[in-house]
Design a protein. Structure first.
Length: 120
């Protein structure tokens, strides 16, 4: 395989940026699964459907903070990207209602915030 060029990376970045602007990712590595991330994913999926939201729900691997699992990362256009920790099923539903729909950060569960534009 040939080495990637700057042009290749620009094409990758463009294809990613043309994707969903609003998304939720659930950490589903071994530590996340052991902490109940599967239930969290299902709760998010059900609430997104119930509320008729068009946010993209995805899984990802390890976010590097195993002690705080289950972790949920949320990116909503115009808001900082947020990583929520120790998410419960009730919290997952509140993420959809409060953060996604209400555009309100859930301060009690925030582990990290990223203010730069998300590239993922």
């Amino acid at each position: 395989m040939a080495a990637l060029t700057a042009k290749d990376f620009d094409a990758i970045k463009t294809s990613v940026q043309d994707g969903a602007k609003n998304w939720i990712r659930v950490g589903m590595s071994t530590c996340g699964i052991a902490a109940g991330a599967g239930k969290i994913y299902r709760a998010l999926e059900e609430e997104i459907s119930r509320q008729g939201q068009s946010v993209s729900l995805r899984t990802c691997g390890c976010l590097g903070m195993c002690y705080a699992e289950p972790l949920v990362e949320v990116c909503i256009e115009g808001l900082p990207r947020v990583v929520y920790c120790r998410v419960t099923e009730d919290c997952a539903r509140e993420i959809v209602r409060g953060h996604v729909m209400g555009r309100k950060l859930l301060q009690d569960y925030i582990l990290a915030m990223h203010y730069e534009e998300a590239f993922s």
